[in-house]
Design a protein around this ligand. Sequence first.
Ligand code: ZN
Length: 149
Amino acid sequence: MFTSGERVFRKMRSSFLPSVAKQLFKDIQKIWKETSQIPDDLLIALKFVFGPSALQALDLVDQRSVTCLSSPSGRQTFQVTGGSGRMYICLVSCHFCPCPAFAYTVLRRNEGLLCKHLLAVYLSQAMGVMQQETVSDQEMTTLLSATSF
Ligand SMILES: [Zn+2]
């Protein structure tokens, strides 16, 4: 799918979250803990930083579409069920989602920071509304190798 793996890796490194986005997740985490709500000003900030994927990601969080998969050896990955029912394995540690939007918008055109799936993972983490599931090391390896990386 990619012409040069090297180029993609360089781009992935440079597309890690800027501090404004990290701060936003921290604010959401704090306010969500206190009020279980995301106030309008943070919603506007989310839309400003992440564009249209912000609302789609919040929908995914509302539908509890994010599951944290952990294996006994301590590996962790996130499974997100998209609107179409397709499941994506997101690698938050290296900021990667195998969906087409991530490949085109984030990696190729550099127009967005995150696809809605990765954003949903970050938001679920901040809001602590993630489902947990344990998989065997074997299953984890299969999941990760099935991700077109
Ligand atoms: Zn995605």
